[in-house]
Design a protein. Sequence first.
Lengths: 475, 445
Amino acid sequence: MVAVDIIFAPIFLSVLLYFLTRNNQYMAKYIALGWFVVQFFIAFSWYNALPQEGFLELGSYLSVPQFGFELTLRVDALSVAMLLLTSALLILVVFTSWEEKKQAAYFSLLVLFSGPIFGVFMTTNVLWFFMFWELTLVPMFFLVGYWGGERRIYAAVKFFLYTHVASMFMFVGFYLLFKQTGFWDLTLIRETALATPALIWWFMFIGFAAKLPVFPFHTWLPDAHVEAPSSISVLLAGVLLKMGAYGLIRFTVELMPVTTQEFSIWMLIIGLNTTLFAGMLAIYERHIKKMVAYSSISHMGLVVVAIATMTYDGLSAALFEMIGHALVISPLFLIAGWLHHKTHTWYMDEMGGIMKKAPYVSAIFILAGMAALGLPGTMGFVGELTIIISAIKSFGWWIAVIAIASLISAGYIIWSVRRAIHGEMSPIVQKASFTMSYPEKAALAVFAFMIVYFGIQPQPIFDLANKAFSFLGGM
Amino acid sequence: MNFIILIAAGLLVPVFYKSNIFIAKLIAVAAFVASAVMVYNGFGLNNVFPYFVLDGSTKLMEYVLLATLAAVTLSLSGFERPLIAQMLFVAGASVAILETNNFFIFIVLFEVIAIISYVLVANIRNFYNAEGAIKAFIAGAVASGIILLGFALFSFVTESFNYAQMNVQGKFTLIAVAIMLAGIFYKLTVVPMHAWAADAYSQVNHAAAAILSGVIKSVMLVAVFKAFYKFLVAYPGATVLIFSFFAILTMTLANFMALWQKRISKILAYSSIAHSGYALIPFAAAASVYSYTGVLYYAIAYIFMQTSVFLILNDLRREAGVKYLEDIKGLGEKAPIHALFFTIQLFSLAGIPMLAGFLSKAVAFYAGIDAGLWPIVLIGLLNSALAVAYYAWIVKHIYLNKPVEGSVKKINISPGSLIGQLILLLGTVYFGIVAVQVFNTTISM
């Protein structure tokens, strides 16, 4: 029962939380924090109980025999990795939004978000997967739309509509899966032959591609990330984008490997395009948070390239990069948002000399930036190196052009560090006072620690990858 | 038996209008509960008259109908009291039209419901109400004439009016059915026969609009599907062509029209028209085993959400004079309970999961996929994604915009409204997560 409660309890808990803490708002964050810690430990208990290969069964509920509609819950190493990442980020987000306004509503929406996001990674029933997938949009819509920046309403509505429309294509793909196999459950669908796999594949790909996002479908992301409060940007980049990558692995690579093999060259081209194109846009950008947002898209493009290899090495690299991306981009978003909050400007060339006034934050910005460009000793290095090696193994030497992406990221990161962190102290920075609360500092320190720890000691993540992708060969 | 209780209560209730409105409401709710109990025990019209059957799906739809009407009764205010008796009559005619298995009786009851609906909208308080009421009446009268013409043609070629034994292969059947459908499409507000509905739903008293657009339309959907099922299966080519065409036309046009509106009631009216479009997809897919499930599920979900939104709007209009989108800015702070109910039901209409609106749409559209109509389903899904724009736009005004000075005063919800809304919300949430009854009663394994 724990498994189904962890998804549905937040719905009731969030309503309760709102009405309990409406009059003493400071309580809300402690209750939310407690809930996220509980979620983390439950996910951790599943991590310990994982079998060497395949799924850990967690039961099934709400069966409708005539429609095959059943909430089947099971987790494998891939989902456990995502669950641990999600709950860890949620815990850190509580710290980074320690002084957010209207805390009762804010934290009850965060708690509301924690239910369906767990559902997405836990269910193997396609219809329930879609339901949870869509439900995550609702709290995000309010979080971006109420707590965001100046153009928050535009960004929230655009984000909601854009991803919702893309999901509709995905849903037609799911419908066709059920029509042609008679099952909603992934494990059963996998064993049945499909009549029109190509059609289904493309419908599903559009849905995941818009969430990732890849190049032609990316336009919602810069708006949503820029206008969202920084803590919500962390969740958007760290969790929502991962839903797209997770779906791509679950529904294309695992579900229809033959068709994916057929279209892997398209995935490769789309992924490469995204990486290079978003990297170029990041160089061009003066807006610090937009620069980080494009860098985020660029890294997700690398994940698509890794998934396109369809090999054990590639998918392990993709999983590592997914986690690495979440841990690297999050502090960048947090610091970019914090800098705007303190200096009231978004533009890097109006900042400058921040290092002198805020050395701690600047050091972490530089560390995370170095991880984003792939400095050895950080997570970014391991992720990018494994991706490049696996891509060369699968597609041949020409794919080494992907290293240009690393060069481009070195370009925009180093240039932005040069403009914003070092250099002459600008008058804006001179006037501003750079104080940061201890919970926020602690959260940044945790991010920095994890970037370095997993950069030196990547084995735990690769162990998970080994369990998740052993069906592709394994070590 | 349920029919007799409802009609008797309808005749009794007006006695208490002058003295005590509370007793009138109590009698009405008691009548709804009593007839639901009767339905549960199998005492429908089938015990009294031939031509009626009470099967599982009919029972389910009747529970939903009676619960919704009880919720509406509870949330009515004093000056809407004529609606109580009219609702009891609507309920009586609705249970009859749901239970019948005879085409002649179907046509008669269809007209009866039409006449009650003219009375329903005739609660005229200003010019604006009058325009809506007159439009509903004239369009309805035209529709009745057309239906009767088609029915007259059909009655030449058939020997039995029993749904199962009707002669659907006769010479003029196809043309007769087409003419009848033209009339019925008026009632189901299918584009291009929708123009009256956009005005009528938005301009008459909102409580009457809730019954007209939520309750009566849902009942009509189920009843029309049951009555026409044999024709739909007999002429698969024409069915797919006609219903797909009108489904696409209705949902697309209504959604685009809804996007431009400033008046909330008008948005809800166009949304109601768009929902008729979605509901036509399982009609087009009559060949699928899921078609009846789709129609029934759609009707069940729709009755809860549409009734609820109009009732909330009715409350807001009465208490704070809310008319335009501008007026509900900051409603989340001024009327938190209303705002919460409104938002959840709007999200349900938009098709957000865990609410009935999603699962009903999923099942209804699946019927289309099952019949091989995936391009139409794709258009339907994209339309429902487009529709999110105007539902989210209302929600945006409620929560994300700051209140304009003097736009809304603080509104408290009355206990009756609260109970009514809770009943409707329970329906929306229950049928959004648990679907097993709908499938059990329509598809036997």
